[in-house]
Design a binder for this molecule. Structure first.
Ligand code: PAF
Length: 282
């Protein structure tokens, strides 16, 4: 497996790969990989000839009060895990190369970045779409694999690919969960064992909503939200809920009456760690 740190070198390598008619798969990450990431690499491997995994903790998607400096990192382990998962190239650019001094160009997707995460993290998606654009331009992937765990991010990138005519096939891979249902996330490493047990509250609330929708035919958003809040508070009394939303899958438009085609997403602070999760009401 190759480790590439230079943007120029990465561009040259990708042009060489493409010129031989081989398909490039891209898995963008911020490192500190878990099984969820490795499943994305596996998926990219089945859909392309060359899997590039990028590791870049992207400063522009963090706001001043977020955990950029403390974001967990373990480059050596990440490289080992990517190789085991079948990756061919790891791209680890320097922050100063991606965003040189006096950097001024950003990519913004409008409406669908304004709700849910965007309402609480107003500059977040601008940072995500900017770095993903740069990674697309550097690697020119045929396929890019993102996780459903970051549901709104996946829909924003889908919109960006369409709006900017990127010839990239977007694949959204299912969320990988711990045994108790907690969605895998690099941020789970912040919890003490006792706190970690309470982090399951998001999954339990989602499962409760799903059962109410599909088994009991409940479609009323307020009723579902109330029940979900109770479930969250019963597991983690100190939890702070940012939002619980029911939306159309692709447009993220809020729905009045929930049915099986809709998605529930939520963001909750559990002992100071902001977790997000989502589930189709299928
Ligand atoms: O999902 C992530 O880890 C990041 O938002 C991404 C897509 C790698 C961009 O920095």
């Amino acid at each position: 497996m190759k480790i590439v740190r230079s943007i120029r070198r990465m561009q040259i390598l990708c042009r060489e790969i493409a010129s031989k008619g081989r398909k490039i798969g891209l898995v963008p990450t911020m490192g500190f990989l878990h099984e969820g990431h490795l499943s994305l690499i596996g998926r990219a491997g089945r859909l392309s000839d060359f899997v590039i995994t990028s590791i870049f903790v992207n400063p522009t998607q963090f706001s001043a009060d977020e955990d950029l400096a403390g974001y967990p990192r373990d480059e050596k382990k990440d490289i080992r895990d990517i190789e085991t998962a079948g990756g061919h190239i790891v791209f680890i650019p320097k922050t100063s190369a991606i965003y040189p001094e006096d950097y001024q160009t950003f990519v913004t997707v409008e409406k669908i970045t304004e709700s849910l995460e965007g309402a609480f993290r107003p500059t977040h998606f601008r940072g995500v779409t900017t770095i993903v654009t740069k990674l697309f331009n550097i690697t020119r992937p045929d396929v890019a694999v993102f996780g459903m765990k970051d549901y709104q991010q996946a829909m924003v990138i889908k919109k960006m690919i369409r709006d900017l005519d990127y010839p990239v096939r977007l694949v959204i891979a299912p969320t990988v969960r711990e045994k108790d249902g907690l969605a895998m996330s690099s941020r789970n490493s912040y919890f003490t064992p006792a706190q970690r047990k309470e982090a399951v509250c998001l999954y339990r609330a989602l499962e409760t909503a799903r059962t109410m929708v599909i088994k009991d035919g409940v479609g009323n958003v307020a009723v579902l939200q109330r029940k979900m809040k109770n479930v969250i508070k019963s597991i983690c009394p100190t939890a702070e809920i940012d939002y619980i939303a029911f939306t159309e899958f692709e447009t993220l438009r809020p729905v009045q009456k929930v049915s099986r085609k809709h998605v529930c997403s939520l963001a909750v602070r559990v002992h100071g760690v902001r977790l997000i999760d989502n589930m189709k009401m299928l």
